[in-house]
Structure formats: C-alpha cells, structure tokens
Design a binder for this molecule. Structure first.
Ligand code: GLN
Length: 482
C-alpha cells in the first residue's frame, strides 16, 4: 500500500475503513523520515510515540484527527525546542504552544517534528539555517527555496499532507513553486501569530503547505480566528472546505501587462493556454496596467522595511534577555559576543542595513520614504481590484535555480536591472496583506513551476475557490508538461 504522498482526506478514509491504524500509519511516516534525516529538512524530530495509544486520536467526525504534520521551527512548541533556524536560539524551549499549534493539537493532529528554515526566516534559498542546507527534493543540485524550506520539502516528498510555514516576502509561496506543492498565505491577521518568532511584524504572515487546495481549506477552517493575544489578529470567518466549488461565474481574472511580457518560452505558452481556457469557461481575463516604477521599487522597499523591523524586533536576542550567552567582561561585551557568535552572516548583513536606516538622520530619507512607497503600492493594488477579482502572478519565472547559482546572491546582492523586480513580485501580498496562493502549474525539465493567485484582503474564500478551479484545469492537462 502506498502510504506517502496522501492527502488529508485520503488518510482519513484509510483510518475510517480501518485499512490502517493511526499508529501503523504514523510509524510508517516516522520510519520514512528517519531514513531521510540526512537531507536536513528537520531541525528536530519528535520522540517516537507509543504507537498503540494513537488510535484514541481518531474521530470519524473530525477529518484532522490522527493526521501527522510538521511545523516550521519558528512556531513555539511547548514540548520541543524552537530554534527559528538560529544558533542563538538553539536551546530555546518555549513554555507554551503558539496559537496555531494549539488549535491543531485541539483537533487531534499529530506533530512529528520541526522543519528547517533560513535563519529567523531571512532568506529564500534554504541554505542559511544553522543546522545546514536543505536541497530540492527532486534535484539535490537545486534549491528548495525558502525560508520555509523544510516544510516545503516534507510535503513535496509526501511524508506529511500538510506543514506550517511563515511568509514575510514569499517564503511559503516561492518554495511551493520550486517543489510543486500548494502554498497559501491567508489575509494578514487571519492566523494568529502569537507564539511565532517574527522576522518583520508588519509583513509577517503564517500559512501552510499542502498537496492540494482542498486540504488547504481544511487546515485553514480549523485554525483561522481572532486571537486577543495577537494585536494584529482579525476575525476573518473560515468555512472554506464546503464552498470550494462555488466560484462565481462572473469572477474576473487578470494579470499585469508589465509582468506578463517578461514570461517566455514554454511558461508563456502555458499562461496563454490557461487564459484561453478560463475565457472559454465564461470568465473575463483582463490585462491590467500597474506602475512599472512601483514594481521596480519592490525589492528596495521590502529590504528597507523588513530589515529595519527585523533588527528592532530581534534586539532582545542578546544573551541576556533571550538566547545563548557568551560571557564578556561587562554586559555590553556580553551582548556583543553573544550576538557575534549567535547569528549567521546573512542575518548580520540584514541587521547592519536595518540599523543604518534606523539612525535618526536616515529615518526620514530611507525608512519613512519606503513606507510612503509601500502605501502607493497598496493603492495601486486597490485600483487593480476595481478591475479584477483574481490577480494572477508568476511566483517564479523558471524552475528552482541551482545551488551554485544562488550562493552569495541574496536579495541585497542582486543586480539592479529592469527585470529584478520579477523575483520579488509576491511581496505585493505582504505589503497589502491580501490572500495569496501558489499551486502547481507546469513541469519543465521534469521540475515544477507554480502559478500564484491573489484576491483583495479578506477575500480568502474567493482565492481558494479560484485556486480550486485552476487546479482542476491544470489537472485536465495540456499545459506543456513534459
Ligand atoms: N526571500 C525573502 C527574503 O529573503 C522572503 C523571506 C520570507 O518571506 N521570510 O527575505
């Protein structure tokens, strides 16, 4: 019997029909993950449970009961250390669960371990975790993407039907494209961030990886909700799974002209075919203008806002308040030594740039200006949503890059040319908080490339319905798969 690569619904059916017990299923998953431990997708694996006791988790009326999952290692877990991928937090043991983990526990899901991430969520490659790199599950010379690298890897391998992630720039939705799974970031505040170690709070979102859109709806239904412990939390009602097939026939799709023109080759043909099919089903597909100047500003504005928020947020990781301490002769030296030894190169670089912007003389020129540009981008998106309901973006213009091509080329090291914004397109959704989902689209050289769908803030049901619809079109085939 094939036990890996199943969806939540498929596993539930196996439990219900008693084809396999919860204990035997979880044991098979454990064994498979243990054999692959050297791939580094896990920071920590849970102790093996008493398998014979797991059957009590199952409840035929609760589809998530007994379902195994993994959590990105920036979600607090009260029974497992939470490192956020950083040496400075390598022994941090939270005293409670983050809200999302608690809600999943209340649904009788089974947490099996914590997944590898780029340190503190800062990165897009999977090469910057303190525990080593994670490669692409389908080609180890390529990246899995990041920062939610281990979660993307595990769901793509089929060890678990879902895993948690966080997304400040694209950290769920870009890796989802590179490994061929579904990755969703709900509207800002829909999933409580209480108990998740931040990167840049005004941009940080939580979300999930799953193997299809239906499973995404199921985990969102179980975990959305207002939480008074998170002051950015909102009450965004979730009742998605039973309404997934109800996409309104008048829903309008759209794409950005200055983005679409850079897509070429096989991927461009696939987009054309997709638009034809969507039109054939009676939906409009509209080409929209979006200021190229604002698109070009995406990487810089992202860096300015996220790096400044990051250095400020993490000022408590000093070896005194939190984090591994390296003793110095006084407390200043202790802080310096703890931070020097606790953080990796990439994080230090971002902190230096962030601190520079926070200097009094630079605040108006750099940080305040970047916030103004963010507001202009949000307004430009509002204009786009006057024309369309679903905005289609390419999460990546190609398959996952080779590891050798990305080493030393982080977001702040890229050449500034007319195309560079294409790598940071998904950040649009972090700026305005809109729901944004990547689903598998085509294969090129046997590697996946995804497609990304967005709707205006709080239209989470709409974007999931559109994703379910496009997923169906993709499954019908004919989009240049090889
Ligand atoms: N890749 C982006 C970066 O390097 C996004 C990271 C994220 O979303 N956490 O910062």
């Amino acid at each position: 019997m094939q036990l890996l690569g199943l969806t939540i619904t498929e596993i539930h059916k196996l439990y219900q029909s008693k084809t396999i017990s919860v204990g035997d299923y979880i044991k098979a998953v454990y064994q498979a993950m243990q054999k692959d431990f050297a791939s580094n997708f896990l920071v920590t694996i849970c102790e093996e449970p008493d398998y014979s006791k797991l059957e009590q988790y199952f409840d035929k009326d609760n589809i998530l009961s007994g379902i195994p999952y993994l959590a990105k290692d920036n979600f607090w877990t009260m029974d497992l250390r939470t490192t956020a991928g950083s040496k400075i937090l390598s022994n941090f043991q939270p005293t409670e669960d983050s809200t999302v983990i608690k809600k999943l526990r209340d649904k009788s899901t089974v947490l099996l371990g914590k997944t590898t991430l780029d340190e503190l969520g800062m990165g897009g490659t999977g090469l910057f975790g303190f525990n080593g790199k994670v490669a692409n599950p389908f080609d180890t010379t390529r990246i899995a993407g990041g920062s939610s690298s281990g979660s993307a890897y595990a769901v793509a391998k089929g060890y678990v039907p879902f895993a948690t992630g966080s997304d400040t720039g694209d950290s769920i939705r870009k890796p989802a494209s590179f490994v061929g799974v579904v990755g969703f970031k709900p509207t800002y505040g829909s999933l409580s961030r209480y108990g998740v170690i931040p990167y840049a709070p005004s941009l940080d979102h939580l979300g999930y990886f799953t193997r299809n859109v239906e499973d995404m709806a199921l985990v969102c239904d179980a975990t959305y909700g207002f939480d008074k412990k998170d002051f950015t939390s909102i009450a965004n009602p979730a009742d998605f799974a039973s309404h997934l097939n109800d996409l309104h026939k008048n829903a309008k799709f759209g794409y950005i002209k200055d983005v679409q023109k850079y897509i070429d080759g096989k991927l461009a043909k696939a987009y054309e075919k997709l638009y034809q099919k969507i039109k054939a089903d009676g939906h409009e597909v509209i080409e929209i203008d979006f200021s190229k100047k604002l698109l070009d500003a995406l990487p810089a504005v992202y860096m300015m806002i996220s790096f400044s928020e990051a250095v400020s947020t993490h000022s408590n990781l000093d070896g005194i308040n939190f984090g591994e301490r390296v003793e110095g002769k006084d407390y200043i030296e202790t802080i310096k030594k703890s931070r020097a030894s606790g953080f990796g190169m990439n994080v230090k670089k971002r902190f230096v740039i962030g601190s520079y912007q926070l200097r009094k003389e630079n605040q108006e020129l750099l940080l305040a200006k970047s916030k103004k540009v963010r507001t202009l981008i949000i307004k430009e998106l509002q204009k786009a949503y006057e024309l369309v309901d679903i905005l289609i973006l390419p999460p990546a213009l190609d398959i996952a890059p080779k590891i050798s091509e990305v080493v030393g080329v982080d977001v702040e090291d890229r050449q500034d040319d007319e195309k560079v914004f294409l790598q940071d397109l998904l950040i649009l959704a972090n700026f305005n908080g809109m729901p944004s989902i990547t689903i598998p689209f085509i294969k090129k050289e046997e590697m996946p490339i995804g497609i990304n769908l967005n709707a205006k803030p709080t239209a989470d049901l709409l974007v999931l319905q559109a994703a379910k619809y496009v997923e169906g079109l993709v499954q019908q085939g004919g989009f240049a798969n090889d």
